[in-house]
Design a protein around this ligand. Structure first.
Ligand code: 5FU
Length: 283
């Protein structure tokens, strides 16, 4: 039986992870003692910057949906570029990385334009992004070519399964996504998955490289209680996703952003997710 990555510490994985973005993220998680990713699903750029300034110390990763932000309703000087530059400065100040939850899903040639260009220029400011595996390996090859030209570590997560009720991921879809991720051509780029539980990993699953594989699993659909949002989202608790299901990074949006005291609530998520991790690696 292969050993499981979920029994290893973030610190030890930060030494050996095959992607530079993964090593950096695991180092941040280990040093800041936080496996919490804030999903800042707000539409007002100024509110986002104010909240991120407050919540930066609690998180290892900030997840954005750049295309839901209403830039037109702000002053003309608040352009997209100046906004993303401010986010990068906050990431530097508070030591977290930025993940644009873009969910690319087209052929390689098209996603290259979407990742590099357009109004958002995602590759220039987002350390991490994600993609659906449905188009086949060309989507990864296309994104990797753009990432290779940036000169900073860039990581990709593949969507193996979603948190929403009735999604078509998991099962055989997840197995085929994992097989795609294992191609050594993008060993330094595909850092992990969006999934609901641990995927791959451990000794014995060493692909063609001879080293142990290690995929970082980030999981959305996390609340302080089990439940849903009436639109298909399904919530599990930090203890369930980290302790029981072996996920590495806990993604929380409305649970924190919609709270009366986001900083206090973020600390509850951070503490519970970290304790679940400590319990997991002890066992
Ligand atoms: F890939 C996925 C997924 O499977 N489920 C998600 O909920 C991404 N998400 C994102 O995580 C979603 O787009 C939101 O940005 C966030 C969850 O927000 P919540 O407010 O914690 O439900």
């Amino acid at each position: 039986m292969p050993s499981s990555t979920s029994t290893l510490t973030y610190e030890s994985r930060s030494q050996t992870h095959p992607t530079a973005a993964g090593r950096k993220l695991l180092q941040i998680i280990s040093q800041k003692r936080t496996n919490l990713c804030l999903s800042i699903d707000h539409t007002d750029p100024d509110k986002i910057l104010t909240l991120v300034q407050k919540l930066g110390p609690k998180i290892c990763l900030l997840k954005t949906h750049i295309d839901i932000i209403s830039f037109s309703s702000t002053t003309t000087s608040t352009t997209i570029k100046s906004f993303t530059t401010k986010l990068q400065a906050l990431a530097q100040e508070h030591t977290f990385m930025i993940f644009e939850d873009r969910k690319f899903a087209d052929i390689g040639s098209t996603v290259q334009h979407q990742y590099r260009g357009g109004v958002y220029e995602i590759a220039s400011w987002a350390d991490i992004t994600n993609a659906h595996s449905i188009p086949g390996p060309g989507i990864i090859r296309g994104l990797k070519e753009v990432a290779d030209g940036i000169g900073e570590p860039r990581g990709l997560l593949l969507l193996a399964e979603m948190s929403s009720k009735g999604n078509l991921g998991g099962g055989e879809y997840q197995e085929r996504t994992l097989a795609m991720a294992r191609n050594k051509e993008w060993r330094g780029f595909v850092m992990g998955f969006i999934a609901m539980k641990e995927v791959g990993g451990g000794s014995g699953n060493d692909g063609e490289g001879g080293e142990e594989e290690d995929f970082i699993v980030m999981t959305p659909g996390v609340g302080l209680q089990v439940g849903g949002d009436g639109l298909g989202q399904q919530y599990r608790t930090p203890e369930e996703v980290v302790g029981r299901d072996g996920c590495d990074v806990v993604i929380v949006g409305r649970g924190i952003v919609g709270a009366d005291d986001p900083v206090a609530v973020a600390e509850v998520y951070r503490e519970r997710s970290w304790e679940a991790y400590e319990g997991r690696v002890k066992n």
